[in-house]
Design a protein around this ligand. Structure first.
Ligand code: UD1
Ligand code: PEP
Length: 432
């Protein structure tokens, strides 16, 4: 397995281009199953998760054409044309679903278009148990008959799905996305109350509208969807990745550097920027995106609690913990979304961070210096948080098991190195 080697201590300066959002793209791609016409997605990030979703869609019968953007070396701004002229297979197999939980997002579209679907249960993952019971209950309310057989969700509906009044007892991003897609082709009106307001959900809703769906309340906690008989093709550009933006904002802050994040959507960064500003970091909007500067600044400890959007994102919790480890005060970080999302703590502790976990809260006592160490990445955001800690640490840090990182960060070493970071990927040898 590849490893990342970092020699820390250099304040990062320069520009980093932000790509399309992984979590938006993973919801937009399965939307192609709702129509026999072509859905063309621009600004698609180049990530392992996107390839996994493409492989899953291909085995459902989706034809795909990828147009690389030569001007950017074929890396960023890719355009993917997806055509589900005919759905040849309604099973999402375990081998693909287990690689990526977002695979469950084919369930709603398959059921709406084909009246049946057989999707492997995603199972738990490193950060929590992550059941999909709320997706299933909502689809049942829409008339689907669902059974669990041999680890698979086996669903069918007689005729079309029917509009329903769905009240999610807990905010669920994937649940809202699955129901949005299913409801777009259902008979009658669906109301989703306590819907997720994440920008990636809004991105999906805007794309569905471009495909002919009738959705009101986009971006709010109540969505009204008037089902239509058919959807058509569309061309849609994926929203910039706010978690990638936030991760590189922390890279600037933790190294006391100065980075412009080109293409970032400042308006989607409010909760993260509020915390960074409270810490003492300068964050400002620029004509091209946003600038984050911590040069010569003292970072203060602040308390953070993860919440659904517009609250502070759980996907930024580990990165902020790395920053808080280098602050001059104490902070309390409370994780309210996932029950097991502190796996970066023992690894950061190996680098000299002073962190104690009590239930859902971690007390971070800032320390002046982190020191390089061998650490193990356990999940996507934990991986990037260890890289961030390594950038600030004295000496050499080796982050092992970085395959998680490639799920969600495109060319991370290249982007950081362009700002002066001493970072390289150590490729796995054939014997490993
Ligand atoms: C691909 C993608 O977009 N992933 C994001 C998405 O994950 P994902 O869509 O899986 O997260 P959810 O918003 O659904 O999960 C939120 C909480 O609700 C619980 N829950 C969810 C569904 C359900 O049927 N039953 C249930 O109990 C989950 O276990 C979790 O504790 O939103 C999370 C919360 O912002 C982010 O961290 C992930 O990066
Ligand atoms: C938890 C994440 O992704 P996923 O939902 O795909 O596991 C993430 O992006 O941080």
């Amino acid at each position: 397995m590849d490893r990342i080697r970092i020699i820390g201590g250099t304040p990062l300066k320069g520009t980093i281009t932000i790509g399309g959002a992984k979590n938006a793209a993973l919801a937009l791609m399965p939307a192609c199953l709702l129509t026999d016409e072509t859905l063309s997605l621009a600004n698609l990030p180049h990530l392992v998760d996107i390839t996994t979703m493409a492989n899953l869609l291909a085995q459902h019968g989706v034809g795909m054409i990828l147009n690389g953007d030569a001007a950017n070396g074929g890396h960023t701004g890719r355009v993917l044309e997806l055509t589900a002229a005919e759905i040849t297979n309604t099973t999402a197999p375990y081998d693909l679903v287990r690689k990526m939980r977002a695979s469950v997002l084919v369930l709603g579209p398959l059921l709406a278009r084909c009246g049946q679907a057989r999707v492997s249960l995603p199972g738990g993952c490193a950060i929590g148990t992550r059941p999909v019971d709320l997706h299933l209950k909502a689809l049942e309310q829409m008339g689907a008959v669902i059974e669990l057989e041999e680890g698979y969700i086996v669903a069918h509906v007689r005729g079309r799905l029917k509009g329903a009044h769905i009240i999610f007892p807990q905010v669920t991003v994937g649940g809202t996305e699955n129901i949005l897609m299913a409801a777009s082709l259902a008979e009658g009106e669906t109301v989703i109350a306590n819907a997720a307001r994440e920008p990636e959900v809004a991105d999906l809703a805007h794309c569905l509208v471009a495909m002919g769906a009738k959705i009101e309340g986009i971006g709010s906690g109540t969505l009204h969807i008037q089902g239509v008989d058919r959807l058509h093709g569309a061309h849609y550009s994926v929203v910039p990745d706010r978690i990638e933006t936030g991760s590189y904002a922390v890279a600037a802050a933790i190294t006391r550097g100065d980075i412009e994040l080109v293409g970032a959507r400042f308006d989607l960064m409010e909760s993260v920027n509020t915390i960074l500003t409270e810490c003492g970091v300068l964050v400002e909007e620029t004509p091209r995106g946003m600038r984050v500067c911590a040069e010569g600044r003292d970072i203060a400890g602040v308390d953070i609690m993860t919440e659904p959007y517009p609250g502070f994102p759980t996907d930024m919790q580990a990165q902020l913990m790395a920053l808080m480890s280098t602050s001059s005060g104490a902070s309390m970080i409370t994780e309210t979304i996932f029950e097991n999302r502190f796996m970066h703590v023992p690894e950061m502790t190996r680098m000299g961070a002073r962190i104690n976990v009590h239930g859902a809260s971690a007390i971070v006592r800032g320390s002046a210096k982190l020191s390089g160490a061998q650490v193990m990445a356990t999940d996507l955001r934990a991986s990037v948080s260890l890289i961030l800690a390594g950038l600030a640490a004295e000496g050499e840090t080796i982050v092992n098991r970085v395959y998680h990182l490639d799920r969600g960060y495109e060319r991370v070493e290249e982007k950081l190195a362009a700002c002066g970071a001493r970072i390289e990927r150590l490729k796995a040898t054939a014997a490993e």
